[in-house]
Design a protein around this ligand. Structure first.
Ligand code: F6R
Length: 600
């Protein structure tokens, strides 16, 4: 969601910025722009739609060594050229890009910008206009920027250019991600390291309410009182090939195929030399001694949390509640006396989850973040972190992060169970190894899932996913995958609940994809399938080997019954992928969505 890049050095800034923005495309956006500064002033280019449109609009003859760029995901004002960033102050001396939401922008307009004619509908333009008004009142640019930042309520990552000093980029951050990258004779700014891996792997993290003055040879970090902060850089451990599609037509397909490799990597990462699963003992203690665990997450990560509840309650015998972060913030349940909060977030930057974490820390409770991104905000601000080791996930629709989250939750539950002397799962390493092989087997059967997508989903306007117990949780994820990339209206439902109302939606030919992987509910889910079939539905049963009945559409390889979500989701991911592909949808960048949702 919104991406920022900046470059100051010796090379052609516009090319580096455009390439950087292309690497941020995965975050989701609806318009893009760059501003480059040279001795003739600042040149701004922006366009609605894809970066390819922006590329066409940029004048190839503009030579500049400093610049900032932005991909916008609309919050205030429709996606349009007018609302795209960069935004400029009235005199066009200052040019700015912003990621986040300025909550008090209307108040700021009333109090600081009377008489100023605003050119866009955005909250962002207010920032650049206030900087200019402070400068008009005699402040240096640095002080004007700092004073402006002090007025802002909400979240921001900002890069600012002053056309009178094209050798400097001013940068600031609060709650939205932003990094400064270091090079020999150049420095860069980026929402995430992937954008600038093309030029450096050395990055410095910025903390909330810090601002930075970035020159070609120097990076000066300070707090909002101007006190200088020293911070060592770190090396971004990303492989450039991780963020390329290679021979795949889409990142989503590549990431689906990576799932067995990721699972094997997780088994390695959480195993000691003796071949036992390990987790930092503080974390296992925190889980084992909590009187209740609150899992907080959004979207796909929330669905993984539901499966995690099953493991933690069954194996570690600790009660678990799973909550949607955006609701929890405003509707906190009565908490137990000694809770542990587990935040699950692929990106580690999701604003809804972070809002809960801030409240939880204020209440003095302990928090563990399970994330794919080391150093992300949710990781830094929690007491403990467990990493997913899934490698960068670029497709907007989460696939490998989901299975990685489930695997890490299984390991956490199993290690805690062992530590507590509770009933652990049997030989989890071996069972996860069997799952990895089963995942591979499923990924090799793409044609079958493509065929199912063709048969059931090519013309339908809706689809149901049903299951019971953990199959229901996977059904929720299957429905989310299908709707977000194919735009088919899809619902995940507990098989037994359909008859309490939703069954009214079943018409002749309505596809109902049913999961049947759990022995104790195998007959009851099949009963539910019969109910919908009797009303004209077109059922597609996906069952586990050993539980299959004649007529099932696909039989999954047998794995440990608690671990079936790791395999049953793969057909659902692939069916969604092919349904979207056949409908001509932009699989990796579905409309209206952002990868990293950094606004509440
Ligand atoms: C769906 C998807 C989203 C995310 C959600 C939370 O495919 O990716 O539902 O799961 O926005 O994101 P994270 O996990 O980054 O907190």
């Amino acid at each position: 969601m919104c991406g920022i890049v900046g470059y100051i050095g010796e090379l052609d800034a516009k090319e580096i910025l455009l390439k950087g923005l292309e690497k941020l495309e995965y975050r989701g956006y609806d318009s893009a722009g760059i501003a480059v500064a040279n001795e003739d002033g600042v040149h701004v280019y922006k366009e609605k739609g894809r970066i390819a449109n922006l590329r066409e609009a940029v004048n190839a003859d503009t030579k500049a060594k400093t610049g900032i760029g932005h991909t916008r995901w609309a919050t205030h004002g429709v996606p349009s050229k007018k609302n795209a960033h960069p935004h400029q102050s009235t005199t066009e001396r200052f040019t700015l890009v912003h990621n986040g939401v300025i909550e008090n922008y209307e108040q700021l307009i009333r109090e600081h910008l009377q008489g100023v004619e605003l050119k866009s509908d955005t909250d962002t333009e207010v920032i650049v206009q206030i900087v200019e008004s402070f400068v008009n009142n005699g402040y240096t640019v640095q002080d004007a920027f700092r004073q402006t930042l002090k007025l802002l309520k909400g979240s921001y990552a900002i890069a600012l250019l002053d056309n009178e000093t094209p050798e400097t980029i001013f940068v600031a951050k609060n709650k939205s991600p932003l990094l400064v990258g270091l090079g020999e004779g150049f420095n860069v700014v980026a929402s995430d390291a992937m954008a600038m891996l093309q030029v450096t792997d050395q990055f410095v993290e910025l903390m909330d309410k810090e601002m930075v003055v970035v020159n070609r040879h120097q990076v000066t970090i300070m707090d909002l009182d101007g006190i200088i902060v020293e911070r060592a850089p770190y090396t971004a451990e990303l492989d450039a090939s991780d963020i390329e599609k290679g021979t795949y037509p889409h990142f989503m397909l590549k990431e689906i195929d990576e799932q067995p490799v990721v699972l094997r990597r997780i088994i390695q990462e959480y195993q000691n030399d003796q071949g036992d699963l390990i987790i930092d003992s503080n974390i296992a203690d925190a889980v084992g001694t909590a009187d209740r665990i609150y899992i907080v997450a959004c979207g796909t990560s929330y669905h993984a949390g539901l499966v995690g509840k099953h493991f933690i309650e069954k194996w570690a015998q600790v009660p678990v509640e799973v909550h949607v972060a955006s609701e929890f913030s405003y509707n906190m349940p009565l908490l137990s006396k000694n809770p542990l909060f587990i935040f699950i977030s692929q990106s580690g930057e999701t604003a809804d989850s972070r809002a809960v974490l801030v409240q939880v820390k204020r209440l003095g409770h302990r928090a563990l973040t399970i994330t794919n991104v080391p150093g992300s905000t949710l990781s830094r601000e929690a007491d403990y972190t467990l990493l997913l080791h899934a490698g960068p996930e670029i497709a907007v629709a989460s696939t490998k992060a989901y299975t990685a989250q489930i695997a890490v939750l299984a390991i956490l539950a199993s290690v805690t169970a062992e530590q507590n002397g509770a009933m652990a799962s049997t030989n989890l390493i071996k069972e996860l190894g069997i799952v990895a092989n089963a995942m591979e087997e499923l990924c090799d059967k793409k044609e079958e899932f493509e065929q199912i997508a063709k048969e059931y989903l090519s013309t339908t306007r809706n689809c149901f996913f049903i299951g019971r117990t953990i199959d229901y949780y996977v059904g929720l994820e299957g429905a989310l995958k299908l709707k977000e990339i194919s735009y088919i209206q899809a619902e995940g439902f507990a098989g037994g609940e359909l008859k309490h109302g939703t069954i009214a939606l079943i018409e002749n030919g309505t596809p109902v994809i049913a999961l049947a992987t759990q022995e104790h509910v195998n007959l009851s889910i099949r009963g539910n399938v019969k109910e919908v079939a009797a009303r004209g539905a077109n059922p597609c049963i996906i069952s586990s080997a050993g539980l299959n009945h004649e007529g099932d559409r696909f039989v999954l390889p047998a794995v440990d019954s608690d671990l079936t979500p790791l395999v049953s989701v793969i057909p659902l991911q692939l069916i969604s992928y092919y349904a979207a592909l056949h409908r001509g949808c932009d699989v990796d960048k579905p409309r209206n969505l952002a990868k990293s949702v950094t606004v509440e």
